[in-house]
Design a binder for this molecule. Structure first.
Ligand code: NAP
Length: 216
């Protein structure tokens, strides 16, 4: 029987590419995002059958709880959870509105905590379950104009390391991926010179979310 993978933020960008890869490897996918039509569009583009789309705002505890209960009831126990739901609100701190700070922390950090918590009970029933949280290189290195976004991603690192220690004895792996620049909707507005200064080669090597390398 296929293993069930839940990809939060699977409707676009990195999450969509991950969903595609997992489907190609034989997983059954539950694709989660706020926009259900977009999640459905991803589902219909995947290879294999029986994938399902769910509308859920990961920053809202009750929605997350209800969605994961429905996933378990209708699709079975969860083997893999990928947390790729995220937002950015790039601005210098002095220009960052408090409501944007709340949105960043609630989506990027609290959202991941909530989905991990909601999925874990189900994962205890599957062998070799795994969680992958998507951090960012700026959570490790910092970046002007991204202080709150960086804080949300740095928080994910501590969360991921601690959770990995909590559940290792149950044979559940928890890891963080910290990507650099990937061309998606999130980075569509960025200029190359915004990020290139910290790169020793002085240029990006684009790896698009569709998985093809676009060297420049
Ligand atoms: P993206 O193309 O903007 O996609 C974001 C995804 O998250 C969409 O599916 C979106 O769907 C979903 N999402 C956003 N808020 C949500 C919420 N509250 N509840 C549920 N789903 C939500 O972004 P991306 O570039 O693929 O980024 C994915 C992750 O990688 C993010 O955590 C981002 O911080 C991280 N990252 C990206 C880069 C990069 O260069 N692109 C680099 C490092 C890290 P809906 O809008 O329909 O909800």
């Amino acid at each position: 029987m296929s293993r069930l993978a839940v990809v939060c933020g699977g409707s676009r960008g990195i999450g969509k590419a991950v969903s595609r890869l997992l489907a190609e490897r034989g997983c059954r996918l539950a694709v989660v995002s706020r926009n259900e039509d977009a999640a459905r569009a991803t589902v219909s583009s995947l290879s294999g059958a029986d994938h399902v789309a769910f509308s859920c705002d990961v920053s809202k505890e009750q929605e997350v709880q209800k969605t994961f209960e429905t996933i378990q009831k209708t699709c079975g126990n969860i083997s893999y959870l990928v947390n790729a739901a995220g937002i950015n609100r790039d601005a210098l701190l002095l220009r960052t509105k408090p409501e944007d700070m709340v949105a960043l922390l609630h989506t990027n950090l609290l959202g991941t905590m909530l989905t991990c918590r909601a999925a874990l009970r189900s994962m205890l029933h599957t062998q070799g379950a795994a969680i992958v949280n998507i951090g960012s290189v700026v959570g490790l290195k910092g970046n002007a104009g991204q202080s709150v976004y960086s804080a949300s991603k740095a928080g994910l690192e501590g969360f991921t390391r601690s959770l990995a220690k909590e559940v290792a004895s149950r044979n559940i792996k928890v890891n963080l991926l910290a990507p650099g620049f990937i061309r998606t909707d999130m980075t569509a507005g960025l200029k190359e010179e915004d990020g290139v200064r910290s790169i020793p080669m002085g240029r990006f090597e684009f790896l698009s979310a569709e998985g093809c390398k676009e060297a420049r």
